[in-house]
Design a protein around this ligand. Structure first.
Ligand SMILES: Cc1cc2nc3c(=O)[nH]c(=O)nc-3n(C[C@H](O)[C@H](O)[C@H](O)COP(=O)(O)O)c2cc1C
Length: 176
């Protein structure tokens, strides 16, 4: 697990290669174990592999969403905010598990933020995405995770440069 976490980086360029059904099925099996508050599982995952929609989603935020345009697949993480007032936490957990599962299967991924973001035309990205994917009104969207076989190499995290100063023992230590 530590090796996996050290190796995971945001990958924004993908090979022109489909993600096999068995690989996607494993990702889905893994992520559906995600913990959620009161086990409400308020999330809905929209798996998108239709090129036309991937391009539209990839255009939603200019360069910030561009990775989706060259990805063979993206998973949009939506949630029923009426079912859980802490849907943001539940959605963020499942989105993170998608990224870790992807890494474990040799795929690269990138989190593309949706919630609280605007399109270049100042429209809510959430509304833009809901409209493209026919997501009913009552759902909110946290993010989209682009997925694919990596077409860029990134150096793994380095233990020497991890922010250990963010860790506090027994009380908050302001001394740097
Ligand atoms: C909540 C969140 C929102 C992010 N939004 C975007 C985004 O909209 N577009 C993007 O290209 N990367 C996005 N990222 C990826 C971060 O830029 C990336 O995780 C960070 O720079 C650390 O790099 P690493 O993932 O390679 O370790 C987001 C990551 C998180 C956790």
């Amino acid at each position: 697990m530590l090796d996996l976490l050290m190796k995971r980086r945001s990958i924004r360029k993908y090979k022109n290669r489909e993600i096999e059904k068995e690989v996607l099925d494993k990702i889905l099996q893994g992520v559906l174990t995600s913990p959620s508050s009161k086990n409400r599982r308020p999330w809905e995952l929209i798996v998108v592999n239709n090129r036309e929609n991937l391009i539209k989603l990839g255009d939603s935020r200019g360069p910030a969403s561009a990775p989706i345009k060259n990805a063979p697949l993206a998973i949009v993480v939506a949630a029923d905010s009426q079912n859980s007032e802490i849907w943001i936490e539940d959605s963020s957990i499942i989105a993170t598990v998608i990224q870790i599962m992807a890494e474990s299967l040799g795929l690269g991924s990138c989190w593309i933020q949706v919630r609280e973001r605007l399109t270049p035309q100042n429209q809510s990205v959430e509304d833009y995405v809901k409209n493209i994917l026919n997501i009913p009104e009552k759902y909110n969207i946290e993010c989209m995770i682009s997925l694919g076989y990596p077409d860029e190499e990134k150096s793994p995290h380095n233990n020497e440069t991890l922010p250990y100063d963010k860790v506090h023992y027994n009380e908050f230590n302001t001394a740097k």
